[in-house]
Design a protein around this ligand. Structure first.
Ligand SMILES: [Zn+2]
Length: 102
């Protein structure tokens, strides 16, 4: 007897998107919705926060929604330094410039 083709509904699991936490609003979001940033040592001292939209830069990354709101919130709370394990001043100018251009 033919097996009843009880529509074995194909289990289409949605592709697993890695989630990240925005350092600004602290909400979790799919990584595609967030902008990766990394800290680059700056001469003679301190660090520069560099946007890494293509996610190719090595090292620890901090993720943030690419909005002025979240970036400002993260700056106010010095969340970038914490997330990136960087002490002292971080120059966020390149990130601000990128946001201004969006
Ligand atoms: Zn956010």
């Amino acid at each position: 007897m033919a097996r009843c083709a009880a529509d074995a509904a194909p289990q289409t699991t949605p592709p697993a998107r890695p989630e990240r936490t925005c350092v600004g609003c602290r909400r979790r979001a799919p990584d595609i919705d967030l902008l990766r940033t990394v800290a680059r040592p700056r001469v003679p001292q301190g660090h520069t926060l560099v946007p890494d939209p293509r996610r190719v830069l090595p090292g620890r990354g901090a993720w943030v929604h690419p909005t002025a709101e979240c970036v400002e919130q993260a700056m106010r709370r010095r969340a970038f330094g914490r997330a990136l394990r960087v002490d002292g001043q971080i120059d966020t100018e390149p990130l601000s410039a990128l946001l201004a251009a969006l």
